[in-house]
Design a protein around this ligand. Structure first.
Ligand SMILES: NC(=O)c1ccc[n+]([C@@H]2O[C@H](COP(=O)([O-])OP(=O)(O)OC[C@H]3O[C@@H](n4cnc5c(N)ncnc54)[C@H](O)[C@@H]3O)[C@@H](O)[C@H]2O)c1
Length: 308
């Protein structure tokens, strides 16, 4: 019985370890140990014990960002925060960036429950110095940057004849140029590493247009264009670039949209509901993980079938 007891305590150790190290390599090691113990045990071998270890191996392989580091912009709330928590649960260390420092304090605590090394630093994606300082600090703390999630964004809606130049410029500056600023600074690090995953938030309206959103649609359509350019430019350097196009998701941003319009959207959506922040965090996770290792230059719609 002694070898069996030893293995059980070993498997608990593995479970803990995989939060921080390469899950796959550690799993293989465990499995080999288990085989040896099973053979050593001869006719006293315990099948239940073996099943137990294999199910632990199954658990480990679900830690999809083990050992990875990620920058998430606009991470203080909404989709960005849900994504930061999800990534932390999956074993990543996360650098949270946002202009909203007050909200970010509590948000960071929720992320650190799963990933204690994660940190927040104020970030304005429109200021190139702020972006460069953020990227430099992330690299200094984590040693490398595997994932960039270009998530920060705003709306300032008005019909064409009423839209001010200031609102047009502000939305383009954050939603389009901000993505350029963050990607340019981070891609330089990723090229050196020969590895990177970049995922940007566009929107269903960037694909199909929307009433009252000249500025926002222009920016989100531009993000799709940049994604395709960068997928071509960076693919050979080991960097994969994709975008997600959420439908209408329940966050502060969509709460500005009149209920009457949101009800029409729900009726038109085959799944008959708005999206949740988890729906989008999981899509970001897929494109940030190595499960999407042959997906490059794609725009993944996550909209419940709104625009099939
Ligand atoms: N909510 C939706 O229905 C929906 C639909 C499609 C696309 N999106 C996109 O998803 C992304 C996240 O949206 P959300 O719904 O979570 O919005 P949100 O308003 O809840 O969160 C956006 C975050 O971005 C931050 N931010 C704003 N300006 C910034 C700047 N200059 N630098 C750094 N951070 C900044 C905000 O402080 C906020 O924390 C956005 O790009 C948005 O356009 C949202």
């Amino acid at each position: 019985m002694a070898p069996a007891l030893l293995l059980i305590s070993g498997s608990l150790g593995l479970r803990f370890q995989t939060m921080y190290e390469s899950g796959v390599r550690t799993c293989e090691y465990w499995q080999r140990n288990q085989e040896r113990s099973y053979n050593d045990d001869g006719k006293h071998s315990n099948v239940q014990q073996r099943d137990r270890v294999l199910s632990t191996v199954g658990y480990s392989s679900t830690v999809r960002l083990a050992g990875k580091t990620a920058i998430i912009t606009g991470a203080a709330r909404g989709i960005g925060l849900a994504t930061a928590i999800r990534f932390a649960e999956e074993g990543a260390r996360v650098a949270l960036g946002d202009v909203d420092e007050r909200t970010a304090v509590a948000s960071l605590q929720r992320v650190q429950e799963h990933s204690p090394d994660s940190f927040f630093r104020p970030l304005d994606v429109t200021h190139r110095e702020s972006v460069q300082a953020f990227v430099d600090e992330t690299r200094r703390r984590f040693g490398r940057i595997d994932i960039l999630i270009n998530n920060a964004g705003i709306t300032a809606d008005a019909q064409l004849l009423k839209m001010t130049e200031a609102d047009f410029d502000r939305v383009i500056d954050i939603n389009l140029k901000g993505v350029f600023n963050c990607t340019q600074a981070t891609a330089a690090v990723m090229v050196e590493q020969g590895y990177g995953k970049i995922v940007s938030a566009t929107s269903v309206v960037g694909l199909y247009g929307n009433f009252g959103q000249t500025n926002y649609v222009a920016a989100k359509a531009g993000v799709i264009g940049m994604t395709k350019v960068w997928a071509r430019e960076l693919g050979r350097k080991g960097i994969l670039v994709n975008a997600i196009a959420p439908g209408f998701i329940n966050t502060d941003m969509s709460r500005k949209v009149p209920d009457k319009f949101l009800n029409i959207i729900k009726e038109k959506t085959p799944l008959a509901r708005m999206g949740t922040t988890s729906d989008i965090a999981n899509a970001y996770l897929f494109l940030a993980s190595d499960e999407s290792s042959f997906v490059n230059g794609a725009v993944l719609s996550v909209d419940g079938g709104l625009v099939v």
